[in-house]
Design a protein. Structure first.
Ligand code: HEM
Length: 421
């Protein structure tokens, strides 16, 4: 908790170990003293950080800020080394998060026909079953690492199921995704190999589903048509890849950060447990939004590139400059949220930016909500005395730029002999 005005003084060190552990004091300083802040990222790229809620919301909706990395005015010496998502021109990178209208409008409309809220709602029993099975895996032990044994496998199996990846192949995805999460999005060694394998697998799967369609999302993507238009095989493969990629680490960290916050806020956690015991869903629903606002998974992943000179919060941004909208900073802005550093699971006036805003608003938000709610309810109901197994200071955060999340989350609880599946 902070909830105090940030001290004046020099700019805080960004991207340090302290920053990875708790970036919020630095964000408070930036919001107050340098709300649109030019900084050099660890990769060497100069970028603008937008930290106030009003500026962030406006920037996310500003069509002069492009998602296409081709607009990045990148110095020749940094070509290919900046770590900017999608700057590699591989065909899988031509996806929703890297393109602008009109292509974005066309692809988003097509994918929205297949990835509907109804499909997600019908998927609820499967998410429940996965949650039960994963908790069964450690419920009798009395201890677990909730990242590796729970938060990590849940979304990867869920997305694989949704896409139509056969069960016997899903552990391969788990391994490839594990490589990507451990080593970040860099183009090196194991990560590049994992992306290549995933790409090869998806291309083949799409081919098979075209011959033998099923009731899965990949078949839906192939079938989807809009005014007679269809996705090409490459577009369908890129779409499947982005659904995996965008929906995986985010959800791992929604669950990990959410459980961590609850374990450190006993009064709020007790209220949630009471309401779940009474069979209510309301607090779980507002609560998952509040956990996302309070310590969401997306740190600096919302890149934009200025296509022309423009002003944000009084700062002149040159054409070609990268702009990073810092959702986590905006979502703790006291100008928008009362007591922004305090977790209040009942918070209703909570239009946070955790899922973005505007045309790129998270396509997977209904699935993320379903997974987050099912996961938290499962853990708190079946492991009622769940607690951290280490001192909070010993927890290690990943410290990547893109996502905020824990490396491990060791917990303890009274073992329970009752397995469900
Ligand atoms: C876009 C957050 C889960 C698929 C986004 C954006 C954010 C976000 C902030 C916008 C990025 C920008 O404007 O630059 C989250 C969070 C999640 C989550 C916090 C979990 C807690 C998922 C899931 C899926 C998914 C489960 C799919 C399975 C997508 C896609 C986009 C997107 C496809 C691109 C949409 C577009 O560009 O039109 N997400 N996401 N996300 N998300 Fe999510």
């Amino acid at each position: 908790m902070h909830d105090q005005p940030p001290a004046a003084g020099p700019a805080p060190a960004l991207f340090s170990w302290e920053f990875a552990t708790d970036p919020y004091p630095a964000y408070a300083w930036l919001r107050e003293h340098s709300p649109v802040h030019r900084t050099r990222l660890p990769s060497g790229v100069e970028a603008w950080l937008v930290t106030r809620y009003a500026d962030a919301r406006q920037a996310l909706a500003d069509q002069r800020l492009s998602k296409n990395p081709a607009h990045h005015d990148e110095p020749a010496h940094a070509k290919g080394k900046t770590g900017i998502p999608g700057e590699r021109k591989a065909e899988l990178m031509t996806h929703l998060l890297n393109i602008d209208p009109p292509d974005h409008t066309r692809l988003r409309r097509l994918v929205s026909k297949a990835f509907t809220p109804r499909r997600v709602a019908e998927f609820a029993p499967r998410v429940q079953e996965l949650t039960d099975r994963l908790i069964d895996g450690f419920v009798t032990k009395g201890s677990a690492d909730l990242i590796h044994e729970f938060a990590f496998p849940l979304p990867i199996y869920a997305i694989c199921d949704l896409l139509g990846v056969p069960r016997e192949d899903q552990d391969d995805f788990r391994d490839w995704a594990g490589m990507m999460i451990r080593h970040g999005g860099g183009p090196r060694g194991g990560v590049a190999r994992s992306v290549k394998k995933m790409r090869g697998y998806l291309a083949e799967l799409i081919h098979r589903k075209r011959e033998h369609p099923g009731d899965d999302l990949i078949s839906g993507l192939i079938r989807a048509s809009d005014h007679g238009e269809h996705l090409t095989e490459n577009e369908a493969a890129a779409m499947a890849f982005i659904l995996l990629f965008a929906g995986f680490e985010t959800t791992v960290n929604l669950i990990g950060n959410g459980v961590h916050t609850l374990l450190r806020t006993p009064d709020q956690r007790a209220r949630l447990q009471e309401s779940l015991a009474a069979g209510e869903r309301g607090l779980l629903e507002t609560g998952i939004e509040e956990l996302l606002r309070h310590d969401g998974p997306v740190e600096l992943a919302t890149w934009r590139f200025a296509t022309e000179p423009l002003t944000i919060g009084g700062e002149r941004i040159a054409a070609g400059d990268p702009v990073l909208v810092v959702l986590a900073a905006a979502d703790r802005d006291p100008a928008r949220f009362d007591g922004p550093d305090t977790l209040d699971l009942t918070r209703r006036d909570n239009q946070h930016l955790g899922y973005g805003h505007g045309i790129h608003y998270c396509l997977g938000a209904p699935l993320a909500r379903l997974e987050g709610q099912t996961a938290l309810a499962g853990l708190l109901t079946r492991l009622p005395d769940l607690r951290l197994a280490v001192d909070p200071d010993e927890l290690r955060w990943r410290g990547g730029l893109i996502m905020r999340g824990l490396r491990t989350l060791p917990v303890e609880f009274t073992p329970n002999e009752r397995v469900l599946t």
